[in-house]
Design a protein around this ligand. Sequence first.
Ligand SMILES: C[S@@+](CC[C@H](N)C(=O)[O-])C[C@H]1O[C@@H](n2cnc3c(N)ncnc32)[C@H](O)[C@@H]1O
Length: 428
Amino acid sequence: MLLNVTNRTLFHGDNLPFLRGINSNTIHLIATDPPFNKGRDFHATPDSLAAGARFEDRWSWDNDVHQDWVDQIQDDWPAVWAVIDAARVAAGEDMAAYLCWLGVRLLEMYRVLRDDGSIYLHIDHTAQAWVKALMDAIFGRKHFRNEIAWCYTGPQRALRHFPRKHDTILFYSLPDATFNRDAVRVPSKWNELGGFSDPDVIRKNKGKVPEDWWHMTFGPNTRERVGYPTQKPLAVYERIIKASSNEGDFVLDPFCGCATTPIAAERLGRQWVGIDIWDKAHQTVIDRLQKEGLAGPEGASDRLMTFGQIGYSTVPPIRSDDGDTAAPILKTKQKRINEPPGPKMTRKQMVDILIEESGMHCAGCDRAFDDPLYLQLDHKTPRAEGGLNHISNRMLLCGPCNQIKSDKLTLNGLRAENQKRGRMARSA
Ligand SMILES: C[S@@+](CC[C@H](N)C(=O)[O-])C[C@H]1O[C@@H](n2cnc3c(N)ncnc32)[C@H](O)[C@@H]1O
């Protein structure tokens, strides 16, 4: 739990290398709002603090997915791959590309989250169902807590459906995570309406913990708006931070946009790190903190944080724990798996070498095939048992053998099982 990032730092760039540089098991709370896969670009309001800001929210397999992400997910996260593959079939390749792009980042978020940490992921109807499945596969369905509907109003020309006026915030937390019920209570309706006249009852009533739908918004002219196209209200992120962290805890937002999470964290006395690919995010944090009366130029006041205290870097942190650079499969409970040194082979390279060495046959049942399409790359000793991704631990299996083996049997176990079932090609 050795923290290797500094409070009040804004990292500028694609968040993946920055996330990969953060030590495992160090962050108390991740509250983040990634692109939603809307299939369009977003632009800031001209003349606003965020003028000129723009980000693309469209994805394609060819342009946005790297083979090493696919390899990592296929090797270590079969359930995540199953979600991506199902999305490809049911929702199309663009959705699968988006999920792969987001998934590889969520794997890092899972790794950096402490064992008592929480994550809130803001999403909308476009990809919500798929992202929920992705989060279940990564963070564990048993750690799912809420699907919070963040509701708002406003005009929408909807001719064939009801106006879409809520986003979803997926909330997962690990078993010992903080949940400060009392910090987020709101007046109960009967109390607001004076439903009880006994002053003792009213005094004792602490209000209620808000339900899983939140109607919190800002009007078009509120002070906090900076014109950033997808800015979210501070009130939403303050509620999240109050509920799921304590003063001094570390909050991370890897898609921080115009810095709503960092500002909310600063207001509540939490430490924070923000990451965004937008080049004005750092200046926006400074401007917003100044507007909030939380920061000022050097010498302005002894009580204020100075602009110089807000770190900025385009260079990812370097991990000082002894972790593997790839996401480990099951965090701390997993045996550490050290791959032999040297460049990592892609899955395709390994398939080619194995075919060249042993021909196109299944290592589980000895059947021969005339097309490599019938063969799948797998581990001789499963990853869950400490098996390496290295070629020395790889083999080719046909589909039925792969299913029988799943991630439970070793190659020897699979062959013994095939013998028992009379499935071996030569014994047939
Ligand atoms: C929905 S907005 C976040 C808005 C934020 N919650 C706020 O209140 O301003 C998504 C953000 O993700 C950023 N982004 C997109 N791809 C990114 C990447 N690969 N790495 C870091 N940031 C990225 C965009 O620049 C954008 O600011």
